[in-house]
Write a new protein. Structure first.
Length: 345
């Protein structure tokens, strides 16, 4: 879609939002895509890599890169990519020795401060296969350091931007493993994050901030972070990069400066153990104005040898204007997600 057409599309959606409200806008996005969708899967060269998997419909494109860590290289709506890639990393592959901090739609297992180094999973090559229309899979090596093998399944909806991402952890060792799902998606920087809160939080302000050093500060008093009713809003880059939340609402959203609302939905388990040090279900990491890392975290999974377990995230991209004054009504975002769930169900 050309830039002029994209601008017209955004303006039209804003006008429709005023006329029919949030539910009407979401229905408009779904119905318009249903009328013209031409979904498919295939192989493409992308970002310096050969034979990446492409999942595509009329509005949405997903590109999976299996060459260095099993990542998503593109997740775009109408040509605008919500995933951050460092152009200097194009075509990079691990030599078995020296590593980098890869950009892209990354996934991992944790907990962060207990799991051993796992370059074969994080940086090494994965196997990639197309499973059918709009479905792809990437599979890691069997990793002796962690005792697991990982599989990542991706399924793009025929008619919308909805992307289901499932990571499966399989214990290939002769001992019990106790790891957790850890999503580490790099999106574009300088956006606004909206996190719904609940009354089960152990943090007075609904979040903690990491640093300086090994400190986990439960009342940092950051001017760019505020509770607004039942929501936590990170309006701009915080004083320190890493934030942690323990919300069990099962979603959060990130509004990019490119007028995209990136919604992540996932299951939570209030009665189970979360083995991140602060029992987090979410971590958000802002690197200055360059990147925002969006991190759902799963519970501890105690797996006997041969056992496996899966964790699924559901992603959605929607057009949404980015406010010049950086003021967003989180209740509006909450209504969008509520209606999104109704449509999906």
């Amino acid at each position: 879609m050309s830039s002029s057409n994209l601008t017209g599309y955004s303006v039209a959606c804003r006008g429709i939002l005023k006329l029919v409200g949030v539910a009407g806008l979401l229905s408009f996005v779904w119905m318009s895509n249903m009328a013209i969708a031409e979904a498919h899967s295939g192989r493409v060269d992308y970002f310096g890599y050969d034979d990446c998997i492409e999942l595509k419909n009329e509005s949405t494109r997903v590109v999976l890169g299996h060459h260095a860590g099993g990542r998503i290289l593109e997740y775009s709506l109408n040509g605008t990519n919500a995933i951050l890639l460092d152009p200097e990393q194009a075509g990079w592959v691990w030599d078995g020795k020296k590593g980098i901090g890869p950009t892209g739609g990354r996934f991992d297992i944790g907990p962060e401060n207990l799991i051993p180094k796992r370059d074969a999973l994080w940086l090494g090559p994965w196997e990639a296969e197309i499973l059918g229309s709009e479905k792809g899979r990437m599979t890691s090596v069997e990793d002796n350091a962690t005792g697991v093998q990982l599989t990542r399944d991706f399924e793009l909806d025929d008619n919308s931007s909805r992307l289901r991402v499932t990571q499966t952890i399989r214990n290939i060792s002769d001992r019990m493993t106790r790891w957790c799902h850890w999503s580490r998606t790099f999106s574009t920087g300088h956006g606004i994050c909206i996190v719904p809160l609940d009354d089960r939080s152990k943090f007075p302000d609904g979040y903690i901030m990491y640093g300086p050093g090994r400190v986990m500060n439960y009342r940092p008093g950051d001017p760019n972070i505020a509770k607004d009713g039942d929501y936590l809003v990170v309006r701009d880059t915080p004083l320190r990069p890493k934030l942690g939340m323990d919300s069990h609402a099962g979603w959060f959203a990130y509004l990019t400066t490119d007028d995209l609302l990136f919604v992540k939905q996932y299951p939570t388990f209030p009665d189970r153990v979360y083995n991140e040090m602060a029992g987090l279900t979410i971590s958000i990491w802002y690197k200055e104005d360059q990147v925002c890392e969006l991190e759902p975290i799963g519970p501890m999974e105690a797996l006997e040898p041969g056992e496996s377990v899966s964790f699924t995230e559901t992603w959605t991209l929607l057009p949404h204007p980015f406010p010049e004054d950086r003021k967003v009504d989180p209740r509006e975002i909450g209504s969008i997600v509520e209606n999104l769930r109704k449509i999906e169900n």
